[in-house]
Design a protein around this ligand. Structure first.
Ligand code: AHM
Ligand code: MG
Length: 315
């Protein structure tokens, strides 16, 4: 069985880069322990609430951010942390070679119902500054805290998946994830239909029309509401995920964040043979203008992403 340490040694000679991934894996293993008992500790609610013992509790979003911050701060290879939970980038004292952008706890609205949540991260070279395109990523990954705790990683080669064992060791379970080219599953929040643009509406209507419609086959819909869970499913068995620009999110540029949600997920999906787009351009080619910038996200099985792009090309 290949461990994370063995895989990292084979993947890159850059010991600093390896250490950044080890720090994120360590933070995630600690978070897995916290999440497992969070309902008992009364930590699934909002910050400022109290647990059953009447003690003040921090929301898990805040706890997760603190755990990631602690692990990265202790690593001299990291110069800056960009986090969904922090307004500004945190500049560390050391001049480490890498910047980490993270969503420490993605899908946190699912916490109180014990549905999978996760930690997403992107590793960029410090030399490139805070605002770098997704193509500049040196490593990316995410952890899904589900029935098993899964760590998905890409550095130089294939996208690999690890599971946290009962001794706290990450064990490789998928050597090279491959997103199937074709799929019969799409993931989109259909309650937003009234806000959709013509391309999204066209694509989804064509899909739900099934065997006798223009797509000529039957589709199923899956939407967990935790991007980590939806993307893990797509990496393992195919599918397409859409959080497109719509009339409600247009003023913000979209719903999901470029640096620590869209970019790492797009880089992982593309590393596994899938495609990603905003509808108008590749996600990995978007020039960031701010650390919390939002962006439309469409990614997954190549054939489906191309079909959405065809719709966008129409108008
Ligand atoms: P978060 O980072 O605040 O958790 O928000 C991101 C989440 C994604 O995990 C998920 O895909 C999306 O928001 C769900 O959005 P919606 O509530 O519109 O279904
Ligand atoms: Mg998120």
């Amino acid at each position: 069985m290949t461990t994370l340490a063995q895989w990292l040694t084979a993947e890159t000679d850059d010991t600093a880069l390896r250490s950044v991934v080890v720090s994120m894996a360590g933070a995630s293993a600690e978070l897995a322990d916290v999440l497992r008992v969070a309902p008992i500790a009364g930590q699934t609610g909002l910050a400022g609430h109290t647990n059953v013992q009447g003690e003040a509790q921090k929301a898990l979003d805040v706890i997760s951010n603190d755990v990631v911050l602690k692990h990265l701060q202790a690593n001299t290879a990291v110069s800056v942390l960009i986090s969904e939970e922090l307004d500004d980038a945190v500049q560390f004292e050391n001049q480490g070679a890498f910047i980490v952008a993270t969503d420490p706890l993605d899908g946190s609205s699912n916490l109180d119902v014990n549905v999978t949540v996760g930690t997403i991260f992107s590793v960029l070279p410090s030399a490139g500054g805070l605002l770098q395109k997704g193509r500049a990523q040196r490593a990316a990954g995410f952890v899904a805290y589900g029935p098993a705790t899964s760590l998905v990683l890409r550095i130089a080669g294939a996208v690999s998946v690890f599971t946290l064992d009962d001794k706290g060791e990450w064990v490789q379970v998928v050597v090279a994830a491959k997103v199937p080219e074709t799929t019969g599953e799409f993931a989109i929040n259909t309650a937003r239909e009234r806000f959709w643009d013509a391309a999204t509406l066209g694509y989804v209507k064509e899909s739900v029309a099934g065997e006798t419609g223009p797509a000529g086959k039957r589709y199923n819909m899956r939407w967990v509401g935790s991007m980590v869970a939806d993307i893990l499913r797509i990496l393992m068995r195919g599918g397409i995920f859409l959080y497109p620009l719509d009339s409600e999110t247009v003023s913000k540029g979209g719903r999901l964040r470029l640096l620590y949600e869209a970019n790492p997920m797009a880089w992982l999906i593309e590393g596994a043979g899938g495609l990603s787009t905003t509808g108008r351009q590749g996600i990995l080619d978007v020039e960031p203008t701010g650390i919390h910038q939002r962006v439309p996200v469409i990614l997954g099985s190549a054939e489906e992403v191309r079909r959405v792009e065809t719709w966008y090309a129409k108008g």
